[in-house]
Design a protein around this ligand. Structure first.
Ligand SMILES: Nc1ncnc2c1ncn2[C@@H]1O[C@H](COP(=O)(O)OP(=O)(O)OP(=O)(O)O)[C@@H](O)[C@H]1O
Ligand SMILES: [Mg+2]
Length: 282
């Protein structure tokens, strides 16, 4: 049985005051234990919506799950109760988002934020064990002098260190799947590379699966075994990373591969892509 199997997922937003948006139009993929799959696509293609749907993080309404199934070790996430979902979110599937400052709380220390993960998801630990466990995870993500960082606040850390703390916080729950949604987009190129290498090492050591979301094909070699390419809510190509990088079959994949993002660009639109031509190509 796969760790995660998404079958023909369809999802729309139907805000009261605006026209409906079909954000995900029939996406299917599966992920094995310990594997890394990347979802690649430009801004607005439905990557984050797909990722958040995995634990039903999107408020419904306005989100509507129109169809399909999301099977986590065979259990249909779309059929779980809110109480059951609380046992999945953060514990079985943990998230790291692009901007640490939206996930780290500025008024709490690093220690108290990771302790909260432990309190929620590691009932076998007693509070007396927390500091040791927190220092262990801060070391794991490459924070030097970890013990001295316990009392730091998020703003006292660099962007790269904040992202490392986010990863420590997610992994401290020992999830089966880490969803990393553009974990390096806000960072400069050198730090991006460090974070990608860190994820690859952590996966070897801890064995969790990773769903990596990005618009940058070039960070994938060495980390993501397989890729799903999304375009306007649809899956346009899937296959082994090396195969697609060498020989993309869809013109949109080719355009993404040819587009090398500007260093330090926080968000970038793929201005070079001719959307009308791609739509015609299907
Ligand atoms: N809460 C919401 N209400 C209405 N529409 C939404 C909502 N969230 C996302 N959408 C729409 O769903 C579509 C997919 O958005 P999504 O955030 O998944 O894109 P993305 O691929 O993650 O892009 P980015 O690279 O910019 O993060 C977009 O058209 C977006 O405007
Ligand atoms: Mg996104």
């Amino acid at each position: 049985m796969s760790l995660l199997s998404v079958e023909n997922l369809r999802l729309s937003f139907r805000p009261e005051d605006r026209p409906a948006v079909e954000a995900v139009k029939g996406v299917s993929f599966s992920l094995e234990e310990g594997e890394t799959l990347a979802i690649v696509g430009e801004s607005g293609s439905g990557k984050s919506v797909t990722a958040m749907a995995l634990t039903r993080l999107l408020p419904a309404p306005p989100a509507h799950y129109e169809g399909g199934r999301i099977l986590l070790r065979g259990r249909d996430v779309l059929a779980l109760s809110e109480a059951e979902l609380r046992g999945v979110r953060g514990k079985e599937i943990a998230y790291v988002f692009q901007d640490p400052m939206t996930s780290l709380n500025p008024v709490f220390t690093i220690r108290s934020q990771i302790a909260e993960t432990l309190r929620l998801h590691r009932p076998e630990l007693s509070p007396g064990d927390y500091d040791r466990e927190i220092v262990y995870w801060l070391n794991e993500v490459g924070i030097v002098n970890a013990a001295d960082r316990l009392k730091s606040y998020p703003h006292e850390l660099s962007g790269g260190m904040q992202q490392r703390v986010m990863i420590a916080m997610a992994l401290a729950a020992r999830p089966a799947l880490l969803v990393a949604d553009e974990p390096t987009t806000a960072l400069d190129a050198t730090v991006q590379k460090q974070i990608i290498d860190l994820l690859a090492r952590l996966q070897q050591q801890h064995g969790m699966a990773i769903l990596l979301i990005t618009h940058n094909f070039h960070i994938l070699p060495g980390l993501a075994h397989r890729v799903v390419v999304m375009f306007r809510g649809q899956m346009v190509e899937t296959g082994l990373t090396d195969d697609i990088l060498r020989n993309p079959s869809h013109p949109y994949s080719r355009a993404l591969i040819d587009c090398v993002p500007k260093i330090g660009a926080r968000k970038h639109r793929l201005a070079s892509i001719d959307h009308a031509a791609l739509s015609a190509a299907g």
